[in-house]
Design a protein around this ligand. Structure first.
Ligand SMILES: C[S@@+](CC[C@H](N)C(=O)[O-])C[C@H]1O[C@@H](n2cnc3c(N)ncnc32)[C@H](O)[C@@H]1O
Ligand code: SF4
Length: 384
């Protein structure tokens, strides 16, 4: 009883996070992080998936738990604090609502099983997309020239991440099989992302080997560009599947920002998921500079389809955030949003309230987009 009371009092603190107790995020390089929005501090000790026991018993994790349980705002959780400060729902709040809390068990894992991807979305990076990594290597000289323009202390840019050449085949190792054997009986929630989970071959293998899929709630974050019939069959075995489809706009807007994407395939695949009885679908949009043009048609399309639309703030690079867009254009966007009768438009309007235009970010955005238009033969520059 005393233990239960201590636990309940911890949960009442405004910084409590169920993820630090019951969840881990596996990065595309096979490292363990407490969650997907954790901003690693340079001094943080790193643990590979092969070191799960060391991670769980580390003095570092104990300190993180203690701090969050007792009202201390860890700087590594800054993305959540920022969301909460502007009155929006944070990842922490989502975990607290959603995660199964069973003693001190690891009940939830986000799997990023490498960086294999069929797209090169403008706001993404090589650590998450094999296509972006390849494009960077193919045009290294041009990107390196651009790196020099934007390099500034404290400016973490996508191109440095894009040079990541580490091993992304770790999920086919015997060690990964041992890791999943260790955790699979306790799993109640799984998040699949990537890379692109519908084309990463290790995803179906992982799901097919779970002992009790009927007890597991699955979330799959996908670009919905590829069809994977074997995966669709496996999804039917799960308790519930939340398919989150990432869209940056409608039709050619989406195909341009999510480069290589084919809108007709995306719509067809959304219909395929809709037909499954245990699946619910949500749309996720990353609020970013292009949103000033692409978001309103997307709000209208999701309304017409009866689909829920959610937002993620852009983490990096800074020059693609809304702060790279001049105030007059933001005001015009706000006026257009005000005319739409939709709760989603109101949420987007709230996010605009913290807008601060930075002309340096605008200059860098124009250079970056100009470079991509030249390499990809796109017209991204015409979007803003
Ligand atoms: C890296 S993707 C991997 C899953 C899948 N390939 C997809 O695009 O949905 C996971 C999520 O991160 C989002 N994302 C990509 N770049 C981002 C950025 N710079 N900031 C915030 N979210 C981003 C994507 O839109 C997607 O919803
Ligand atoms: S589809 Fe997902 S992983 Fe691939 S480039 Fe786009 S955001 Fe990144």
């Amino acid at each position: 009883m005393a233990v239960l009371l201590v636990y309940i009092s911890k949960c009442m603190t405004s910084t409590f996070c169920a993820a630090i107790h019951h969840h881990i995020n596996l990065t595309p390089n096979g490292y363990i992080e407490p969650c997907c929005v954790w901003t690693k501090d340079d001094l943080d000790q790193e643990f590979k998936f092969t070191q799960l026991e060391e991670y769980k018993n580390s003095a570092q994790l104990k300190k993180f738990k203690q701090d969050l349980d007792s009202g201390i705002k860890l700087p590594q959780c800054r993305l959540c604090w920022r969301q909460e400060e502007i009155g929006q729902s944070s990842q922490r709040m989502m975990y607290n609502k959603w995660l199964t809390r069973d003693a001190s068990k690891l009940t939830s894992v986000e799997f990023k099983l490498g960086n294999l991807c069929d797209l090169k979305c403008v706001m993404c990076n090589g650590e998450n997309s094999s296509q972006i990594s390849t494009e960077y290597k193919l045009h290294r000289q041009k990107f390196e020239k651009f790196d020099q323009i934007i390099m500034k202390p404290g400016y973490s840019n996508i191109f440095i991440k894009s040079q990541n050449t580490s091993d992304f085949n770790w999920p086919e190792s015997e060690e990964f099989k041992s890791f999943t054997d260790l955790i699979k009986d306790d799993l109640k929630e799984i998040i699949l992302t990537g890379g692109e989970p519908t084309i990463i071959p290790y995803v179906t293998r992982l799901l097919a080997n779970l002992p009790n899929p009927e007890n597991v709630r699955l979330t799959m974050i996908t670009n919905a560009n590829s069809t994977n019939t074997r995966l669709i069959e496996i999804l039917k075995n799960f308790k519930h599947v939340n398919v989150t489809v990432s869209l940056e706009g409608v039709k050619d807007h989406n195909d341009m920002v999510r480069f290589n994407s084919d809108w007709n395939c995306v719509v067809e695949n959304i219909h395929r998921y809709k037909e499954l009885p245990n699946v619910s679908i949500k749309i996720n949009h990353v609020l970013q500079a292009f949103s000033v043009t692409t978001l309103i048609p997307l709000i209208q399309w999701t309304q017409a389809q009866g689909l829920e639309l959610r937002f993620t703030p852009l983490f990096s690079p800074l020059h693609l955030t809304l702060d790279s867009v001049p105030a007059e254009r933001i005001q015009q966007f706000a006026n257009e949003l005000e005319e739409i009768d939709s709760p989603t438009a109101k949420i987007a309007l709230e996010a605009l309230k913290t807008h601060v235009f930075d002309p340096r970010l605008e200059m860098i955005r124009k250079q970056h987009i100009g470079l991509l238009d030249e390499i990809r033969k796109t017209k991204l520059s015409s979007l803003i």
